[in-house]
Design a protein around this ligand. Structure first.
Ligand code: G3I
Length: 370
C-alpha cells in the first residue's frame, strides 16, 4: 500500500505545484499590448540553480538585465582578463525564450576595478574605456539588444558626478562612451540610466546630457529611470512628470530597477548609492518573519497606483523592469543595512505571487476593458 501511495503523493504534489504556476496569469502576457516587463537576473538564475526562480522568470518576464555579472569589476577585473562565462550563459538564457536583453552596464563609477580608478592619463583612460566597450559589446553584437551605456553620471543637484571618467576625461566622456558604443554595435539601442530621476534638479541634469548628445548627432535611444522607490516617495505626480519630460525629448522611456522598499529608512535616505551602509537593529528590521497584511495591502495599492500611471503613458514607455525576481534575492535585504528582511517585489520568498502581483495584473485587465 505504502509503495503505491508514495509515488502517487509525489505526482499530486507536482500537479498542484504546476497548477499554481498556471493559475496566476502571466505579467508579460497581460502587459504585452503596453510594454515589456523585465527583471534582473543574478548568477543563481543564469546558472539555473534557483529552479523555481527560473520558472517565474520564464513565465512572467520578456526582458532581462544581468544584476551584476556584466559590471566592469566582474567582467573585466584586470587589464587583460575578461570573465565571459556567466555573461555568455545570461545571453543563452535569454535567447532560449527570445527575451529582450539589456546589457548592464558599460561606464559606471561603482564596481569599477582599482586598476581603472587609478588611471590619470586621459589618453590611456579613453583607450581603456574604448577597448572595454568594444570587447564587451562586440562579443554580444546582434545578441544583446540594448545597453545601459552610462550609468549614474549625475549628482542629486544635476551636476556631474566626479567619477574617474569625469575627472580625467572631462564631461565629454559621455559623448565618447556613446560614440564608441554605437561603433561597437550600430544596431544596438543605447541608454542613459540613473536613479532619482523624479527629482527635478537631477532630471534636469539628465535632460541636459541627453540634449547635448542629440545636438552633436550622437545616438542615444532611451533613458532608464531607476525605480528604487518606497511606499510614500516619490509622489505619483513626480513620476508622471518625469515620464512626460523625458518623452518630450523624443527618446524611449524605461522604468528600470523597479522595487519598493517597505522598511524604515535611516536618515530618510532616498536613492540607490551603494556606498551608503548603516547598522541593523530590531527597529530597522521590523518584519523579520513575515510581512503584516496591513503593509502588504499598502504595497499592493502603491504598485497599483504606479502601474496606472505607467499604463496611462504606455505609448512612450518601452519597458518596465523589476530589480530582482522575488523578495528573497532583492539587494534591498542588504542595503542600506545588511541582513534585513525586505519585501519589495511582486513575488514572495516562496515564489508565490503577492497581493501586489494581483493589483498589477488587475490594472492591465482594467485597461483592456476600456
Ligand atoms: O559576489 C560577492 C561574494 O563573492 C562575496 O562573498 C559577497 C560579500 O559581500 O559579495 C558578493 O558581491 C556582492 C554582489 O552584489 C553580488 O551579490 C557585492 O558585495 C555587492 O556590493 C553587490 O551589490 C550589487 C550592487 O549593485 C553593487 O554592484 C547589488 O547586488 C545590485 O543589485 C546593485 O545594483 C545596482 C545597479 O547595478 C545600478 N543601480 C543601483 C542598483 C542598486 O544598488
Amino acid at each position: 500500500m505504502k509503495k503505491i501511495f508514495f509515488p502517487f503523493l509525489i505526482l499530486v504534489l507536482i500537479g498542484l505545484h504546476s497548477c499554481a504556476q498556471k493559475q496566476s496569469g502571466s505579467l508579460k502576457q497581460a502587459y504585452a499590448p503596453y510594454f515589456k516587463i523585465g527583471t534582473a537576473l543574478n548568477a543563481s538564475h543564469i546558472e539555473e540553480g534557483d529552479y523555481d526562480g527560473v520558472l517565474l522568470v520564464r513565465k512572467h518576464f520578456n526582458a532581462i538585465t544581468p544584476e551584476n555579472v556584466m559590471k566592469w569589476e566582474l567582467i573585466h577585473p584586470s587589464p587583460t582578463q575578461y570573465n565571459f562565462a556567466l555573461p555568455d550563459a545570461f545571453v543563452k538564457f535569454g535567447q532560449r525564450d527570445s527575451m529582450f536583453m539589456v546589457g548592464h552596464t558599460l561606464v559606471w563609477h561603482s564596481q569599477l576595478p582599482q586598476w581603472v580608478q587609478s588611471i590619470t592619463d586621459p589618453v590611456q583612460l579613453e583607450q581603456v574605456m574604448k577597448e572595454h566597450i568594444f570587447q564587451v559589446m562586440g562579443r554580444y553584437k546582434g545578441k544583446i539588444h540594448a545597453w545601459d551605456v552610462v550609468n549614474e553620471a549625475l549628482n542629486e543637484d544635476g551636476s556631474m558626478r566626479e567619477s574617474v571618467f569625469y575627472k580625467v576625461l572631462g564631461p565629454n566622456y559621455i559623448a565618447k562612451a556613446f560614440t564608441y558604443a554605437h561603433q561597437a554595435d550600430p544596431n544596438c539601442k543605447l541608454y542613459y540610466n540613473d536613479y532619482n530621476m523624479v527629482v527635478p534638479a537631477k532630471r534636469q541634469g539628465a535632460i541636459r546630457i541627453i540634449k547635448e548628445l542629440q545636438a552633436q548627432g550622437i545616438p542615444i535611444h532611451g533613458v532608464g529611470m531607476q525605480g528604487h522607490w518606497n511606499l510614500n516617495w516619490p509622489s505619483l505626480q513626480d513620476i508622471e512628470q518625469a515620464i512626460t519630460d523625458f518623452a518630450a525629448l523624443g527618446i524611449t522611456v524605461m522604468v528600470t530597477e523597479l522595487d519598493i522598499t517597505v522598511l524604515p529608512n535611516p536618515w530618510d535616505l532616498v536613492g540607490a548609492d551603494v556606498n551608503q551602509q548603516f547598522q541593523n537593529s530590531e527597529k530597522m528590521n521590523p518584519y523579520p518573519n513575515f510581512l503584516p497584511d496591513s503593509v502588504d495591502i499598502q504595497l499592493a495599492k502603491r504598485y497599483e497606483d504606479i502601474f496606472k500611471i505607467f499604463i496611462k503613458h504606455h505609448t512612450v514607455i518601452d519597458r518596465v523592469s523589476f530589480w530582482g525576481v522575488h523578495d528573497g534575492v532583492s539587494w534591498l535585504n542588504d542595503w542600506p543595512i545588511h541582513g534585513r528582511t525586505n519585501y519589495p517585489l511582486l513575488f514572495n520568498r516562496n515564489y508565490k505571487p503577492k497581493r501586489a502581483f494581483k493589483t498589477v495584473m488587475a490594472v492591465a485587465k482594467l485597461q483592456e476593458t476600456k
